[in-house]
Design a protein. Structure first.
Length: 201
């Protein structure tokens, strides 16, 4: 075999492997990626994914306990997730906001889902929105997640279990921020393990 064909074949095999990975990612309910799954994070490296969670819910602090509890649950569920409170050195920066349907947030590249308990916008390293179902817009990003904006709706009705419901909602939205598309409302590490190439636990 000529030496000029070997690099081409290697490049073709690499492209094929990435295409298969992207198809598998869509099948298992994660945002597909073309090169890296998160900013500065190499797929399959086994390094911890550094995730900054910035709580900007403010006000009466109603959402803060749920955010802290959800982050603690994700952090204890996988040795490959490292959460921090500031953006410095993070692969993904998640900013948490609160809103109500009367004053919906302005969304760049997304369709606002009125009446939803929460919503997450995910953006790649170039600032392109990574739309995911049920959005009618296409996934139009590299999949190299850099930032996510999580919006938590104050519409949640009061009740004895409101803290548990808030925590469940935050768990779900953090899953989207990390790249999950279709997933259960609870903690989901298996699909994250696939998306980032972590060793099975």
């Amino acid at each position: 075999m000529s030496s000029s064909r070997t690099p081409r074949r290697a490049a073709a095999c690499s492209l094929l492997a990435l295409a298969i990975l992207a198809l598998a990612s869509m099948a298992c309910g994660v945002i597909p990626f073309t090169s890296q799954p998160a900013a500065g994070y190499a797929y399959g490296s086994g390094a911890p994914l550094r995730v900054a969670v910035i709580d900007e819910t403010g006000g009466d602090g109603a959402w803060s306990p749920a955010i802290d509890a959800a982050v603690a649950r994700y952090g204890s569920a996988s040795p490959y997730l490292r959460f921090q409170r500031d953006a410095a050195g993070a692969n993904i920066v998640i900013t948490m906001h609160r809103y109500n349907d009367g004053q919906p947030p302005e969304m760049v590249g997304y369709v606002f889902p009125a009446g939803a308990g929460g919503f997450t916008e995910v953006y790649d390293v170039d600032g392109a929105p990574c739309n995911y179902p049920p959005s009618p817009l296409p996934v139009n990003c590299s999949g190299e997640i850099a930032n996510a904006e999580v919006y938590l709706n104050d519409i949640i009705p009061p009740g004895a279990d409101i803290e548990a419901r808030r925590q469940r909602l935050v768990l779900h939205e953090v899953g989207h921020a990390l790249g999950l598309v279709r997933h259960a409302p609870d903690l989901d590490i298996a699909e994250l393990t696939q998306r980032y190439g972590w060793p099975a636990q």
